[in-house]
Design a protein around this ligand. Structure first.
Ligand code: COA
Ligand code: AMP
Length: 625
């Protein structure tokens, strides 16, 4: 394509979004093609293609077999964790999904019912998602690293008919038994699902509750394959919970139609892929990256996808990523910068890369957190390939800013996430809602309507959608990130402006962590915020003030708080540091000065806010850190 193709696409998508996206919608197969573009959705946001009819799982599987891809590998499970590898052709994956969907239907699953999936990175997790989609049921995958309480909160919000899980996951060389965690979550949850289906893995045997828990293999073996159920374009495909600024996660709702169009479009425009090539997103099916780029987009586009059950390091070494790329002929890979920081730490010269043939690899994509220039430059030097940042969120489901390799040849701008992807009209707004000039930082916002593939709204909470994303700047979607756009249109994302932090590419709410810390009987008040970490980007730090007369020592309370967060949220919170301080700095009206605390903890020398009630507190905090 010509170098002006990007401008042409961006201008057409902005000028007449409905016409542009209806044109893109014609590039995928529908049971009934849509004639309507965007309109308001009941979940609070916008929906696309409501009068079209399709089924995403059919599009990702049956339609590929129909198009002659039956014998092509659809899914490669590469699991250094278990020492196994498995491949599924499109025909085989279609058969497995159709059969498992039949089993779920026999358990009473109907269109619109919810299914919570709490699984490790095994092929059955992908099969489960696609089987739900095939029936028009709505899946909600909960990351396997979350503790029972987090799972219970999601079960109570989604109210699933079924829960699908496995006996265990594997973290490096540790077996994490999932079933006891699921049992604890089901005990805590008010909502009681009708049944569970449990995959027994050879590494651990789950004990089953007769009458409630069903054996996965038995369900699949006795079932008959079923056809996909065509659903309206705006029918919910999944709910994916993500951290907001409070303890209650947000249930992001995504649809069949708009999502399928966006996934297909992005494989070409954002990732420059061709059908038949191998795409690898080294993430987890519990995160949005896993939903979009392990499961749906590669299959909808006719690529081979890699499901990797391992880590960048220590499975068995820091050459693991290079091995997977070479062994499976990966064309493009996608992961979070933290994964490459982990590799760089263990193998700074990339000595382990030299034993692998990486000639098939064309480009690397990074997202989930800012791609810091040091990691970018190291990776570029070692691979000699384009190292492309792109910015997106669980809410958008695909890249808001990218280097659109499918539309033009790209020279990456180090430190920037790229330009606005066609369909996203990104603007930087100041507190008065005025557009900031080039290079001026403000709130990164997207002018409505958002393109297809973004959230329809929040599950059963249209009001929260409006207050979280729409109220600050009417007519815009508030991303929650701060940043600026330069003269060339490059978007620089500088970090969250709210209480969300990013730990190893995982999004956490400091508000939620604070709620847990504050509930300890010895804690009078607290502040939890993110501090910079070389490997994981950010790590949470808790500052606590003990109640007068508290009998426990500061050390005892700290240990209990760390254990409490681990038990309530999960190990993935990485909440390991608590400091007991005599007081917290506040405004005269009693608001804790979190931004000042964050700056202090990051070793900066913040200006003393004029609203502070007692500036001497800052010296006390400095001494404690
Ligand atoms: N199930 C159970 N526990 C899990 C888990 C899962 N799926 N994922 C992580 N955990 C646990 C880890 O075992 C660890 O436990 P520990 O405190 O007992 O050691 C804890 O949660 C923290 O995990 P993490 O922050 O991932 O640290 P790590 O040291 O295990 O690994 C990296 C560090 C950099 C290797 C790892 O974070 C990584 O591969 N990141 C890639 C980024 C990524 O996948 N991002 C997703 C969005 S794109
Ligand atoms: P999540 O919803 O978990 O994908 O997290 C989304 C958040 O991660 C964004 O709002 C950003 O704060 C951050 N993020 C994701 N990708 C990038 C990126 N390429 N650059 C900077 N921040 C990013």
């Amino acid at each position: 394509m010509s170098s002006s193709a990007y401008q042409e696409h961006a201008a057409r998508a902005a000028g007449d979004p409905d016409a542009y996206w209806l044109e893109q919608a014609r590039r995928i197969r529908w049971h009934r093609a849509p004639t309507r573009g965007h309109e308001a959705a009941t979940q609070g946001g916008q929906q696309w293609f409501a009068d079209g009819e399709l089924n995403t799982a059919w599009l990702a599987l049956d339609a590929q077999v129909d198009a002659g891809r039956g014998e092509q590998t659809a899914l490669i499970h590469d699991s250094p964790a278990s020492g196994r590898q498995q491949r599924f052709t499109y025909a085989e994956l279609t058969e497995r999904v159709a059969r498992f969907a039949g089993g779920l239907r026999e358990l009473g699953l109907a269109p619109g019912d919810r299914v919570v999936i709490y699984m490790p990175m095994v092929p059955e997790a992908v099969i489960a998602m696609l089987a739900c989609a095939r029936l028009g049921a709505i899946h909600s995958v909960v990351f396997g690293g979350f503790a029972p309480h987090e799972l219970a909160v999601r079960i109570d919000d989604a109210r699933p008919k079924l829960v699908l899980s496995a006996s265990c996951g594997i973290e490096f060389d540790r077996i994490i038994e999932h079933k006891p965690l699921l049992d604890a979550a089901l005990d805590e949850a008010v909502h009681k699902p009708a049944a569970t289906v449990i995959l027994q893995r050879e590494q651990a045997e789950a004990s089953m509750h007769p009458g409630r828990d069903h054996d996965w293999r038995a369900v699949e073996a006795s079932a008959s394959p079923v056809d996909a159920v065509p659903v309206p374009g705006n029918h919910p495909l999944y709910i994916l919970y993500t951290s907001g600024t409070t303890g209650k996660p947000k249930g992001i709702v995504r649809d069949h139609g708009g999502h399928a169009v966006a996934m297909h479009y992005s494989m070409e425009v954002v990732y420059g892929m061709q059908p038949g090539e191998v795409f690898w997103a080294a993430s987890d099916v519990g995160w949005v990256v896993g939903h979009s780029y392990i499961v749906y987009a590669p299959l909808i586009y006719g690529c081979t996808t890699v499901l990797y059950e391992g880590k960048p390091v220590r499975t068995p070494d820091a050459g693991a990523f290079w091995r997977v790329i070479a062994e499976h002929g990966v064309t493009a890979m996608f992961t979070a910068p933290t994964a490459f920081r982990a590799i760089r730490k263990e193998d700074p010269d990339c000595a382990l890369m030299r034993s692998y043939d990486l000639s098939g690899l064309k480009r690397l994509f990074l997202a989930g957190e800012r791609l810091d220039p040091a990691t970018h430059d190291w990776l570029k030097e070692k691979t000699g390939l384009p190292v492309l940042d792109h910015w997106w969120q669980t809410e958008t489901g695909w890249a808001i800013a990218c280097n659109p390799v499918g539309l033009e040849s790209v020279e990456e701008t180090v430190g920037a996430a790229g330009k606005a992807t066609p369909g996203f009209q990104v603007e930087i707004l100041d507190p008065d809602g005025e557009t900031c000039g080039p290079g001026v930082q403000g709130a990164v916002c997207i002018r409505q309507p958002l393109p297809p593939g973004c959230l329809l709204g929040l599950w059963r909470d249209a009001e929260r959608f409006a207050s979280s994303y729409g109220a600050a700047y009417p007519g815009y979607y508030l991303s929650g990130d701060g940043g600026y756009i330069d003269e060339a249109g490059q978007i620089f994302i500088m970090g969250r402006m709210d209480d969300v932090i990013n730990v190893a590419g995982h999004r956490l709410s400091t508000g939620e962590l604070e709620e847990i810390v504050a509930s300890h009987p010895a804690v009078a008040e607290c502040a939890v915020f993110g501090v910079a970490d070389e490997l994981k980007g950010q790590l949470p730090l808790g500052l606590v003030v003990l109640k007068d007369g508290a009998t426990q020592s500061a050390e005892e309370v700290s240990t209990e708080l760390v254990a409490r967060v681990r038990a309530m949220v999960g190990a993935v919170a990485c909440f390991r540091r608590v400091e007991v301080v005599p007081r917290l700095p506040k405004t005269r009206s009693g608001k804790i000065l979190r931004r000042t605390l964050r700056a202090l903890a990051n070793g900066e020398n913040p200006e003393v806010p004029s609203t502070i009630d007692d500036p001497a507190i800052l010296d006390e905090i400095r001494a404690a850190l």
